[in-house]
Design a protein around this ligand. Structure first.
Ligand SMILES: NC(=O)c1ccc[n+]([C@@H]2O[C@H](COP(=O)([O-])OP(=O)(O)OC[C@H]3O[C@@H](n4cnc5c(N)ncnc54)[C@H](O)[C@@H]3O)[C@@H](O)[C@H]2O)c1
Length: 434
């Protein structure tokens, strides 16, 4: 496509005249919208969730590591316009899609959010607009499904009338060291112009942008990254099971192996995988492979091993109680941390929920404490986070650490609890003994 659409991109991006719209204001979209607004772009944040939009317009952030004051200031100055009005898409020059890509009930990829986003964009698509997909999708989806859907419903042609690229988001919520701004961004367009303009846009908010040759390469890059993590977590979880059977401490083995300065990368075992990425993204890849008559066996195996970790830890807890002549049935358990990882308020796919379910099924009396999750709904049963006091710990039979939030007072817990089952190895790490 000649770069001659309505927008003079080479001027509009550096001069901040280009207007940006972010579709989906979640863990990915909201920090991105704020970053563009901070850099002087007028940014529409569009989300159908009216409650979220109301909160944002009241200056409140529902993402705990996002600077609330900065967000409030940008909303107030109208640099960031949070709205459920999809007609604003027509006013944007670049549209970045950050909607969910979960699994369906049958554990298959659920593309409905991405396709709905494409359907919202298509009738408003205009000449020269730049569309970038940030959601994690299967390799080939931008070219096979999204581009054709945009074309079909707009009558415009990708590469001729509008630009289209894929740039997977790598944000790690809660990570203070690597943020949106200093995590390199991979971008692959359907043609060189789409790649170049997307890269130019991201360069305004991100220190390093890595162009790749196609959207499929960009999609696969993200899936390699998360599959790498999922498989290594699966491996180290299996090592934990193996060491348990051998009667040795897996964490001591891992620490010793970690002293090798080359050829080893440290991963720690835990209660399983959680969040919207690690347990979900590899399934997008294995699903695609099935359609090509190939079984992604490493992914299947790691999924299986990671999924059995809640049961492994509940069995451990039951054995340790048995040793104290106590049964799990009717035992008073405090579950510490329920979000899927430390210091964030995201419950999605959290293995702590599976642990809670298993404990309840076995008749344990469970309370949980998580400063980030005041209330949780487990299949219609509502639980509220309790305050962790020395008296509560003394009254309980066991504390199980499912998520190692930094704010917990681990010394106090150790001094008061009758029994601790530590799925995260906190006591080993803090050198406070198991
Ligand atoms: N959470 C992470 O750490 C992370 C990291 C990297 C990549 N990703 C990927 O980014 C994507 C978004 O993830 P997330 O964690 O931000 O999800 P999220 O659920 O936190 O946010 C998604 C938002 O999109 C909104 N939405 C749904 N349908 C929409 C539509 N048609 N138009 C506009 N908005 C719509 C939802 O209301 C929600 O607010 C996913 O593909 C995910 O795999 C997530």
């Amino acid at each position: 496509m000649s770069e001659k659409g309505k927008v003079n991109w080479d001027n509009a991006i550096p001069s901040r005249k280009a207007k940006v719209a972010i579709l989906g204001l979640g863990y990915v979209g909201l920090p991105l919208a704020l970053a563009f607004a901070e850099q002087g772009f007028l940014c529409y944040g569009i989300d159908p969730d009216r409650e979220r939009i109301q909160q944002l317009n009241a200056g409140k952030s529902y993402i705990n590591d996002l600077p609330a004051a900065e967000l409030k200031a940008r909303i107030k100055s109208r640099q960031l316009i949070a709205t459920s009005d999809f007609s604003k898409l027509a006013d944007a020059d670049a549209i970045l899609v950050c909607v969910p890509t979960p699994l369906s009930k049958s554990k298959d990829p659920d593309f409905s959010f991405v396709m709905n986003a494409a359907d919202a964009i298509a009738p408003r698509l205009k000449l020269g607009q730049l569309i970038i997909i940030e959601s994690t999708i299967y390799p080939g989806m931008t070219v096979e499904l999204i581009g054709p859907r945009l074309e079909e419903k707009s009558g415009l042609k990708a590469g001729r009338d509008f630009y289209l690229a894929m740039s997977p988001e790598r944000i790690d919520p809660g990570n203070q060291k690597y943020t949106l701004k200093n995590t390199p961004k991979v971008v692959g367009g359907i043609d060189p112009a789409s790649t170049r303009l997307s890269a130019l846009l991201y360069q305004q908010i991100i220190a390093r942008v890595i162009p790749v040759s196609s959207p499929t390469v960009a999609e696969m890059t993200k899936l390699l990254e998360n599959t790498f993590r999922q498989i290594n977590i699966g491996l180290v979880n299996e090592i934990a099971i193996i060491c348990d059977k051998l009667g040795i401490n897996a964490l001591e083995v891992i620490d010793a192996a970690s002293t090798k300065p080359f050829g080893f990368m440290t991963f720690y075992p835990g209660p399983g995988t959680g969040g919207h990425c690690i347990p979900v993204d590899p399934i997008y890849l294995s699903w695609k492979m099935k359609s090509l008559n190939y079984r992604a066996r490493f992914i299947e195996l790691a999924t299986e091993v990671n999924a059995q970790m809640p049961e492994f830890w509940v069995n451990k807890l039951r054995d340790q109680l048995n040793r104290k002549n106590k049964s799990l049935h009717n035992a008073k358990i405090i579950l510490l941390g329920v979000s899927y990882k430390k210091d964030i308020n995201d419950l999605r796919e959290s293995p702590a929920l599976e642990i809670l379910k298993l404990l309840l099924e076995q008749g344990a009396k469970v309370q949980y404490c998580d400063p980030y999750i005041p209330k949780l709904d487990l299949g219609g049963k509502i639980f509220r986070s309790v305050k962790l006091t020395p008296a509560l710990l003394r009254k309980s039979d066991c504390v199980m650490i499912a998520t190692d939030h930094s704010g917990f007072d681990y010394r106090m817990i150790k001094s008061q609890a009758k029994l601790i089952v530590d799925t995260r190895g906190v006591y080993h790490r803090l050198k406070l003994g198991a």
